[in-house]
Design a protein around this ligand. Structure first.
Ligand code: RAT
Ligand code: ZN
Length: 417
């Protein structure tokens, strides 16, 4: 039935978004088969690195003393500092409260002991089910790093797979730290040398092919600094040209570039110590133009890059813009970016990924994102309804399914002539 009035339109958009099964295309959570690598529960939520960065603004303990504390003590201190001694209004603090509320806990009670008690009753397996159900997530893509000494053995020792947890091969260590990556490759039986010779390229390609197959990678991925340039006379650009792009091309897999992270601006903050800088859109344009049969997924960290990234995607069909990443994953910026993307690219984007590191975060990251996307999408339909265009509920459901997963899956399938 075509929709003709404002109330039906709002209801149709809200229902479609509430019911859509989500493919979360970039996370840092692991399947239960990875054991302790799967993080969940209140203490992990409170010690999330987004909150670590916020708590240090108030603390007067030294970084070293803080890192020496147990996780429970760190969580206690974060709770006291960010939730009790002042109101938890930041996006990351609010996220913890959304999770508690959606799990049916008494947020007003502010009872950390009761929250811990709740989580102590859960098993990871049942809790994964509950969180997927509560967040509307059908499947997630993990971040799988063969250079990670905790993760690599799981793959090598016969991890059996889990349909809900897809894989992406993460190759930051290879591209951004060749000096420390090549000895690891050599240790694992790849005949590489520090010099970037033809033989080394063959072996790096073999390494990438082996691992892409082993994990069943949907795409290859790297985070890149604001100084990332392409082409360029550097190990990174050379390895991309000679190894990553050919392997992605051969496997028809996208290369996902997350551009704009300044690593360890404050190393004493550890995982929370990274910052942001404006990236170079020309590198993205060059890659899309000169490798038209390769597919690129791109998200950029700086607000200042968002418009030019949309424009680049208008020029290149082998570019899929995705997500509002990390420092732009705040409702005000998600709204601005989502509006701009719909206006410049229509429905041909993946508006959000969760980047969840703690299982429970799927609940809040998607709750918060869905609310903003629903508002923006509603406004865009309302604008066309005002012209006399009559969308149907089925069409709205179709569009929403594209945004929350369909576009990603069709991009993976796409073969460029
Ligand atoms: O958002 C984050 O959790 C960051 O620490 C990064 O992990 C980023 O998302 C990345 O994938 O590099
Ligand atoms: Zn991430």
């Amino acid at each position: 039935m075509p929709i003709t009035n404002a109330r039906d339109l709002r209801a149709a958009v809200d229902t479609a978004i509430a019911q859509v099964p989500i493919t979360d295309i970039h996370t840092h959570i692991y399947a239960p088969g990875f054991g302790d690598l799967l993080l969940w529960g209140i203490d992990e939520l409170l010690t999330y690195h987004y909150l670590l960065a916020e708590v240090f603004r108030w603390l007067d303990v030294s970084y070293e003393n803080f890192w020496d504390m147990s996780k429970t003590d760190q969580a206690d201190l974060i709770w006291k500092t960010l939730f009790v001694e002042r109101s938890p209004i930041s996006e990351s603090c609010r996220g913890v409260l959304t999770v508690l509320e959606r799990l049916g806990l008494d947020v007003g009670g502010r009872d950390l002991t009761a929250y811990r008690e709740f989580f102590s009753q859960k098993t990871p397996e049942e809790y994964v089910e509950q969180v997927f159900q509560a967040s509307g997530v059908k499947e997630v893509v993990m971040t799988n790093d063969p250079f990670d000494d905790l993760e690599r053995p799981v793959w090598l020792e016969g991890y059996e797979g889990d349909q809900r947890f897809k894989a992406a091969l993460r190759i930051d260590a290879l591209l951004n730290q060749w000096e420390t990556a090549w000895p690891r490759l050599k240790e694992w039986g790849y005949e590489v040398t520090p010099a970037l010779t033809d033989k080394t390229f063959v072996e790096v390609r073999r390494f990438l092919g082996d691992w892409a197959a082993r994990v069943g990678a949907l795409y290859l991925a790297a985070s890149l600094p604001p100084t990332f340039r392409f082409p360029e006379d550097s190990a990174r650009a050379t390895l991309m040209k000679e190894c990553v792009l050919p392997v992605c091309g051969e496997l028809n897999r996208p290369f996902s570039m997350m551009i704009g992270v300044k690593k360890l601006t404050n190393p004493r903050l550890r995982l929370a110590g990274d910052s942001v800088g404006k990236g170079d859109i020309e590198a993205v344009e060059y890659l899309c133009a000169n490798y038209p049969q390769n597919k690129f997924m791109v998200t950029m960290l700086a607000r200042e890059n968002q418009q030019e990234l949309c424009v680049a995607a208008r020029k290149f069909r082998n570019l899929l813009v995705f997500g509002c990443w990390w420092f732009v994953n705040n409702p005000s910026l998600v709204e601005e970016m989502t509006r701009m993307r719909f206006e410049l690219l229509g429905l041909s984007v993946v508006p959000q990924h969760s980047d969840a590191r703690v299982l429970d975060q799927l609940i809040y990251k998607w709750d918060h994102a869905k609310a903003v996307i629903a508002d923006v999408l509603h406004d865009k339909y309302a604008d066309i309804v005002a012209t006399g265009w009559r969308p149907t509920e089925d069409e709205i459901r179709r569009d929403v399914a594209m945004l929350f997963g369909g576009n990603f899956w069709s991009f993976l399938e796409k073969r460029l002539p």
